[in-house]
Design a protein around this ligand. Structure first.
Ligand SMILES: [Zn+2]
Length: 469
């Protein structure tokens, strides 16, 4: 039966505790959220989607070229009008012939993406990645971040037995005003709770499975109490709801919360188990009945992470950045940037046909024998070793990196050696997700796709490296 063949989860490294939040504001508007995940200054919905998808694709028993559909879901696309999926396709080296879909605008967007994948012919990739923002004084309190990726195929380890929908107009339940990044309408009132509970009950009741038999349920979870109340009219145990609830650990990750809850439940499920996934958003509830269990790469991220204080949180999220950056800096035109995407995402290097030396980027003369040659392109390994290291302190960053530095503090730049069968590619790169003082020459590092900087209003992405330990 068609369903989830492989899956990957990704949760950013930083965590803000409810205590830190309550200390800052005197109260926390995030009931049942004990800690929440905080994206780094160089992360967004796209980079989290790439990280989760890499894990899912590595775990899948298929080649990327077999994928016929790439579907993404988010309420926080990096650009308002500018597709997310083509960047995902390029960064993951998916076939350019794959159909694409971006679902956005409401927290049940992941259901729409999953539904398209279930209807597709051939293997499909679905990613839900999100990091909502709101007024720091209130709406922002529960907002976390994360991503869940699914490879959907026939003969799946976790087949989707049925899906059902219920939709109705419910004005004022969570929305963003046009042109405004902030989520509105998050005070959870009796009106909202009743609207969501009604839709959840109707969608689940329309499934051709008996909800009484469900071992776990991942239900719309804007806070830690909501899923229990939303399922009050259904025969689901508290244990079943707890098994699919992750908002207590990662915060409200918008369209990614229920997909992450589904993965947590499937990772902990037994072979004969039944898991329900019931996202809600914008007046629509969807219900999926998923059978079986799945080992989910990256699911340990849910309980990991590094605690940060509230001031660091405000900086990382970009709520506090001091002014515009002046000065020139390195300008790379969009056509030139586009030509370099394979090296920036996939570490495509050049091998010299004369001497066998490796040149990165694969441009100009051979770095070994200095001959002008047509390089043989190959992908360097994504894990390597730090050969040299420098820390760029406050004020020392080139202008295009100044905003990152204001948000994330000092950062390390390393010369990384990527040693593989085709030789060793050596390149300078930023180190991310690490205290710059804690990394050293000889450390092993792994490639991760992050925001490099923004120029001409367009976010530019590429590989940085993070410590493997
Ligand atoms: Zn050469």
């Amino acid at each position: 039966m068609r369903g989830i063949a492989a899956a990957g989860a990704y949760v950013p490294r930083f965590r803000l505790s409810a205590d830190e939040l309550a200390d800052a504001w005197g109260t926390s508007h995030a009931s049942g959220v004990e800690r929440k995940a905080v994206p780094s200054a160089d992360e967004d919905a796209l980079t989290m989607a790439v990280a989760a998808a890499e894990r899912a694709l590595d775990a899948a028993a298929l080649d990327r070229v077999e994928l016929t559909l790439a579907a993404a879901a988010t309420t926080t696309p990096p650009l308002e009008e500018g597709e997310l999926v083509p960047r995902l396709v390029r960064a993951l080296d998916l076939p350019a012939s794959a159909a694409t879909a971006t679902e956005t605008g409401h927290t049940a967007a992941g259901a729409a993406a999953l539904s398209r994948a279930l209807d597709a012919d051939g293997p499909a990739l679905v990613v839900a990645a999100d990091c909502p923002e709101g007024d720091p004084a209130e709406a922002d309190h529960p907002f976390g971040a994360g991503a869940a990726a699914f490879v959907v195929a026939d003969d799946a380890a976790a087949p989707v037995a049925d899906a059902a929908w219920h939709t109705d107009e419910t004005p004022g339940v969570r929305f963003r005003e046009r042109g405004d990044g902030d989520v509105q309408g998050l005070d959870i009132t009796t009106y909202q709770r009743d609207a969501v509970r009604g839709a959840v009950t109707e969608a689940v009741s329309a499934l051709d499975v008996d909800p009484d038999g469900a071992d776990a349920a991942a239900v719309h979870q804007p806070d830690g109490r909501f899923p229990y109340r939303a399922t009050g009219d259904l025969p689901l145990s508290n244990e079943a709801v707890a098994a699919g609830t992750v908002v207590d650990r990662v915060g409200d990750a918008g369209a990614a919360t229920v997909p992450l809850g589904l993965l947590a439940a499937l990772d902990g499920a037994g072979d004969g188990d039944l898991t329900l996934a019931v996202p809600y958003g914008g007046g629509t509830a969807a219900a999926f009945a998923v059978e079986g269990s799945l080992s989910v790469a990256g699911i340990d991220d849910l309980d990991g992470g590094t605690e940060i204080d509230y001031a660091t949180y405000l900086r990382e999220r970009g709520y506090v950045v001091s002014g515009e950056v002046s000065g020139g800096g390195a300008h790379v035109s969009l056509p030139n940037w586009r030509r370099s995407l394979d090296q920036r995402y996939r570490l495509v290097a050049g091998k010299c046909p004369e001497c066998g030396g490796v040149t990165f980027p694969p441009e100009g003369a051979c770095q070994s024998c200095h001959a002008r040659v047509e390089f043989e392109a190959f992908e360097a390994p994504r894990t390597g070793t730090i050969r040299a290291l420098t820390v760029i302190g406050q004020g020392g960053a080139p202008p295009e990196f100044a905003e990152l530095q204001q948000r994330d503090g000092a950062y390390a730049v390393a010369v990384v050696a990527l040693e593989g069968e085709d030789g060793t590619a050596t390149l300078p790169a930023q180190i991310t997700d690490a205290d710059p003082e804690s990394v050293a020459v000889g450390d092993e590092v792994r490639a991760t796709v992050r925001r490099i900087y923004e120029q001409e209003g367009v976010p530019r992405y590429g590989v940085k490296f993070e410590p493997t330990e």
